[in-house]
Design a protein around this ligand. Structure first.
Ligand code: HC0
Ligand code: SF4
Length: 612
């Protein structure tokens, strides 16, 4: 706060301070100095002068509270020699692969090596060593397997969206802390002692066989390129050069509020229109908006909720949980299979978009689904796993190739697409905006709300209220009870009867974000806590919802979630249409293709199932 630079590898605004990396040692002057003689040496000489020389000690800045009047040295010889020594030890064990590393140019470790001029010289007794094999995600083979363009993974080739390169790990422990303390998942931890200590899964199991939910929070806080999403960037680069196929991109709600950070700007400085223009320059023939399918999700999910509330025959039980977050779906399938009937059967907006592109839009273009490459641009690593789920990957048939084609061929994170724009020297902030393409490009303010915690609920209530009340509007469009970053939020909405008579129905809604918070809430619900009884619950695995997704730009700004969230609300407020059912393109889709929400055709295309 005083403007003095203090280096760190382990500290991050999303994680409590733990003093793990020891690079932030600073010299603190203690209260007790020692007297040093500066005048005549004789103790009996009346002219003798002494001065109080401060005594200092090295302390880790991240866990040492400052107090009024304390004096701290951040660049003394002792401090600099400590920082350089620690960095040198880490450098000695780090591979020279910066040129091809995902994090090149955006790596805290690399920045510190430059800043403190740490040469590539191993200190005496330290040898540069690499972990060529890594027990828990396949080591060298993982790179080949994860980035290969091979056929769709079989059961023998399970998919996990996260990969880890132990050679690039600086053992800062951010990934372990966020996985254990903030997400409450605990898929990874430190094992071994002393120099053998390293990050691993329980018993070194592959990640897909652990409790990992693919939220990617570990990758979002990694200060190097060690923990990262499984890349699909190079497959997309190849696909963009394939002239025989139609290339389509669809962009998620919260990507538009964070994209500017990939260009070093604060959140919200690049518009969706500029992202559309940039994707066209990259070579995409069509750019759609996942906000369109978010509106569609509201139509389907709102209808499903009303059916459950009415206890229609065959309707699922209450409370109903949202199903658009794949991190949450993974958590349920791996830890709470008894909740599966409570999950909405709706595919996520990404899933719905892919199904429409391959099954409705491609035939209209008179193209086979195999001729279309669909790329989903997401703030989320778990969306890569979602795209590999059987319903997303195995339900669309082509007349050209044997077997099913994926609905979403590739999923790129905000970081990956940012890298591609920079690689191609496309400066989004300087582009003129373009509108997304018809017919899957039009959307409402309700849809953009999906990007922030509470947004799916707010959007759903705007529509469910009107549908159930015979067209009466919510008294207030903005639901302040369920906005903001509080872990658990709740509200009660009284939906009037269509005939205006009687007291109407009270719907109790809950909103939770962050997986540790979610687990605590589920426990309270199970124990019958009266404050935790709901009819409809929105769950997002990441703090803040998708604005805080594991594939978003890495950020050290403690207020980044608030800033991204403010832009989400701003985009909704500026929208001409703010309710999903008012979206004219959605109305047309029901007229021409789906019939009505919840129809057999809707179920075939837009709904899914889960497995434990
Ligand atoms: Fe989200 Fe989504 S809002 S999950 O967070 O529902 O990833 O942004 O794209 O699919 O729309 C992520 C974000 C989406 C989906 C939407 C939902
Ligand atoms: Fe992905 Fe969003 Fe869920 Fe995080 S909250 S896992 S970014 S869908």
């Amino acid at each position: 706060a005083a403007g003095a630079f203090v280096p760190t590898l382990c500290a991050h605004p999303s994680i409590p301070a733990r003093a793990t990396c020891r690079i932030c040692l600073v010299e603190l002057e203690t209260d007790h100095g020692v007297k040093e003689v500066v005048g005549p040496a004789s103790a009996t000489d009346a002219r003798r002068v002494t001065k109080l020389v401060p005594v200092t000690k090295l302390v880790p800045a991240c866990v040492t509270p400052v107090k009024e009047g304390c004096r701290i040295h951040t660049h003394s010889p002792d401090v600099l020699s400590n920082v350089r020594f620690v960095l040198q030890l880490l450098r000695a064990k780090h591979p020279n692969t910066c040129q091809t590393c995902d994090a090149d140019g955006n790596c805290t470790f690399q920045d510190l090596l430059y800043r403190y001029q740490v040469e590539d010289v191993a200190p005496p007794g330290v040898r540069r060593t690499f972990t060529h094999h890594h027990e828990w995600d396949g080591g060298a083979s993982i790179a080949a397997a994860s980035d290969s363009q091979g056929p769709m993974p079989s059961e023998e080739d399970p998919f996990n969206a996260i990969t880890f390169d132990p050679d690039k790990c600086v053992k800062c422990g951010r990934c372990v802390a966020i996985c254990q303390r903030i997400q409450g998942v605990g898929a990874i931890g430190f094992v071994g002692r002393g120099v053998d200590e390293h990050v691993s899964t329980t018993r070194g199991l592959p990640l897909d066989r652990t409790k990992c939910i693919e939220c990617g929070q570990c990758a979002a806080v990694c200060p190097t390129g060690a923990m990262r999403e499984r890349h699909e960037l190079f497959q997309v680069i190849d696909a963009l050069e394939d002239q025989s196929r139609v290339k389509v991109a669809a962009v998620a709600p919260s990507v538009r509020v964070a994209m500017s950070e990939e260009f070093g700007l604060p959140p919200g400085r690049v518009s969706m229109g500029q992202i559309v223009a940039g994707l066209k320059l990259l070579g995409f023939d069509y750019v759609f908006d996942t906000n369109f399918s978010a509106d569609l999700t509201i139509m389907e999910e709102g209808t499903e909720l009303l059916s459950r509330l009415r206890k229609d025959p065959g309707a699922g039980p209450l409370p109903m949980f949202t199903s658009c977050c794949p991190g949450w779906i993974n958590l349920v399938e791996k830890n709470y299979p008894e909740l599966i009937p409570h999950l909405s059967s709706c595919k996520s907006p990404q899933g719905m978009m892919g199904a429409l592109i391959k099954n409705v839009w491609a035939p209209r273009l008179e193209r086979d689904p195999a001729d279309v490459v669909s790329v989903s641009v997401m703030p989320c690593t778990a969306k890569k796993g979602e795209a590999h789920r059987p319903a997303d990957r195995g339900a669309t048939y082509s007349s050209k190739i044997d077997g099913p084609v994926p609905n979403n061929d590739y999923v790129l994170t905000t970081r990956e697409i940012g890298r591609l724009f920079r690689l191609r020297k496309i400066a989004l902030p300087a582009l003129d905006a373009q509108v997304p393409d018809d017919p899957l490009g039009e959307s409402t303010g309700a849809a953009v709300l999906f990007g922030a915690t509470g947004g799916v609920m707010e959007a759903a209530l705007r529509t469910a209220y009107e549908l159930a009340s015979g067209g009466q509007e919510l008294p207030k469009m903005e639901m302040s009870d369920i906005r903001g970053l509080q872990g658990v939020k709740s509200s009660r909405v009284c939906i009037p009867n269509p005939d205006g008579k009687g007291p109407g129905a009270v719907v109790r809604v809950g909103v939770v974000h962050g997986t540790a918070e979610t687990r605590a809430l589920l426990e309270r619900m199970k124990l019958g806590d009266p404050a935790a009884q709901f009819d409809f619950v929105e769950v997002m695995a990441c703090r803040g919802g998708c604005i805080g997704g594991g594939g978003q730009s890495k950020s050290d700004d403690a207020l980044v979630l608030q800033k991204r969230m403010a832009h989400v609300y701003n985009l909704d407020e500026k929208s001409e249409l703010r309710k999903s059912h008012d979206n004219p393109s959605i109305q047309k889709l029901y007229e021409s293709e789906l019939g009505r929400p919840g129809s057999a055709r809707s179920h075939a295309l837009l709904h899914t199932h889960y497995s434990d």
